[in-house]
Design a binder for this molecule. Sequence first.
Ligand SMILES: [Zn+2]
Length: 362
Amino acid sequence: MPASPENGAQMAPRVLVAINDAELAILRLVAMHLRDGRGQPDWRQARLAEGQMLRARIARMITYLAGAVASEVNSIVLDAYNRGQALAMADLDLFLVPVLIADDAVDTSAVIAQSTVDTIVQAMKLIPDMVIATLREAVAAGRDSNVAGDVAALQRSQKILERLASRGFAGFSYGPECDWSLEEYAEMAVSAGAGRAAVQGHVDALAASGMDLVLVSVSPEACQICCPFERQVLSISGRVGRVLEPNGDEVSASVTDVKASLAGAIAKGLFHAGCRHELSAYLPGVTRTDVVLSTQRRPRPEQREHDVERKVRQWKRREAVALDALTRRRAAEEVRMWRMESHRAHNELTRPEGKWRPRSPG
Ligand SMILES: [Zn+2]
């Protein structure tokens, strides 16, 4: 079967649990810091004075939490690579080509995983400064908090923290865009890495089994970048132009026009982020180039479930930054409601006739 970056990208949301845990741990610490000593005459000075200590503590937490993110990313990328290999095996089996597995599979996947982890960890290093900037704002807003029971000051601080919590840490640059939240940023980075791994796993298995030519599908969502490569034959080893290749009948051979090397096409943008094009093994005399419609389609059916889970994470962050019991209980109730909604979305999705229907109002 053909493989697409989408085969790996689908696994990217798995990283969100580790990212959310990291965000929650840091946000809880910030809220704790602001609650500390509330009502004391020197509250404001004490909060600001301890800012640098808090910064160092957050930096240490990030080092620890980055380990959890790295282990999840490693697992996702390896799964994506294996998925690509499995799809290639189905492809080869169809052609009755004996399957050989690439023996450096783990190395290849580890290299891709490492560069993905580096991208995310690099972004996470910006968090301590973000947190301290917000902390200063929240301390300034709650400056009258030395008056015990000053509800208005508490609410002003709370508002500042909720701004941070509602999107999570934000303002990360990825490509030309520069205002991604940490979870969006991490999901994008993992989508790209896992997508690359799925295609690489597929290609490595084909190459290890002696197949060199691959065919790019037609996608219903073709973009300018990929259009020149649709229905085109590419070469894994880099043979370009008119290439003589044995036919599927194993006795004859035919000349195939190879548009580009696979690496060259990828360098020109093929399989960009969000690409739905697929790659399949090309066997001269057997593979038809006129019927190669990609099976990858948007929107993903999981989108609704994904959106609801985003809400769960958002309210968990708001719960983490609650400065008083009432705010915390309200946020916890929202978490509970959105979790139920998430189960509902999941059940609708997995039901045999499964189509998501919105709840009727009331
Ligand atoms: Zn594309």
